[in-house]
Design a protein around this ligand. Structure first.
Ligand code: ADP
Length: 273
């Protein structure tokens, strides 16, 4: 059974008003336990809206979200449980750090769900080690950390909730290449050691190819491609070899050629593209 499944998921902002805007349409996806999935697509294609549905932060306008086979909206009392099972790291999560010390910040989530004190300490220690921070950092103010350290401390706060699925929205945005590689390696290690499913929202095809088992490509509210890295990326790799730029490859993966004419990236040959 997939850990997350959606059926005909649609969402419209400001539904029923003149400002209504369809953000996702007819999304049917399945994520298996332990799978590393990348979600890519242009700005505005619907990625953030989709991930906010996967732990009940947004209620579908129509369609369903299942976690471990349960329709998460069938009983809203259970939503809290699903929000812990599916941890969400938003873009620039460091802006959400607010406690006096890094320790308190990471411990905040587990404390709020009544985890015993002794276990909280264990979770904080485990989480900072996952994100590669030294324990000397725990007594510092989060505001005294470097950019990369802040980012990792914020991710540790979500990891401390022991989620079964970890969703990260552009976790490397704004980091230098070293900081970027480090965070991705740590996420991948965490995924491998704990059989946690990862959904990584990314603009970077290289990150995606290095780590993901499966790629979902969104364009204009829809999933236009859902396949293994080799299905999607082998094609993109060939395109790169013949000198196309990453934005051009993205265009092709998103199903449009340079003239805006839809093409099928799995069947179109390099020459055609
Ligand atoms: P992405 O994460 O791929 O950039 P989003 O899910 O943020 O895409 O946005 C999808 C569409 O929904 C875009 O057209 C965006 O302008 C619109 N949208 C996003 N948030 C809101 C909102 N709060 N109110 C109205 N429209 C929104």
């Amino acid at each position: 059974m997939p850990i997350i499944k959606t059926e005909h998921l649609n969402y419209e902002y400001s539904s029923g008003s003149v400002f209504h805007k369809t953000a996702i349409s007819d999304i049917n996806i399945e994520i298996e336990q332990g799978e590393f999935v990348a979600l890519i697509g242009h700005t505005g294609s619907g990625k953030s809206t989709l991930i906010k549905h996967l732990n009940g932060l947004l209620k579908p306008t129509s369609g369903k979200v299942f976690i471990e086979g349960q329709d998460i909206w069938s009983d809203p009392k259970n939503l809290r449980k699903y929000r812990f099972m599916v941890g969400m790291v938003f873009q620039y999560p460091e802006y959400q750090l607010f406690e006096e010390t890094v320790y308190k910040d990471i411990a905040y989530g587990p404390m709020n769900i009544g985890i015993p004190e002794s276990e909280i300490n264990e979770r904080v220690m485990k989480s900072i080690s996952f994100v590669g921070l030294d324990k000397t950092i725990l007594s510092k103010s989060p505001f005294d950390l470097s950019g990369g350290e802040k980012r990792r401390a914020a991710i540790a706060g979500v990891v401390a909730m022991n989620p079964k699925v970890l969703i990260l929205d552009e976790p490397t945005a704004g980091l230098d290449p070293l900081g970027r590689d480090r965070i991705l390696r740590e996420i991948n290690e965490y995924h491998r050691n704990n059989n946690v499913s990862i959904i990584l929202v990314s603009h970077n095809m290289e990150d995606v190819a290095n780590y993901a088992d499966k790629i979902l490509v969104m364009n204009d509210t829809k999933i236009v491609l859902n396949g293994s890295v080799s299905d999607v990326y082998c094609h993109a790799k060939k395109l790169k070899e013949i000198g196309l730029s990453i934005p051009q490859i993205m265009e092709i993966c998103l199903g449009l050629n340079e003239r805006g004419i839809p093409i099928d990236p799995l069947t179109t040959s390099v020459e055609d593209a």
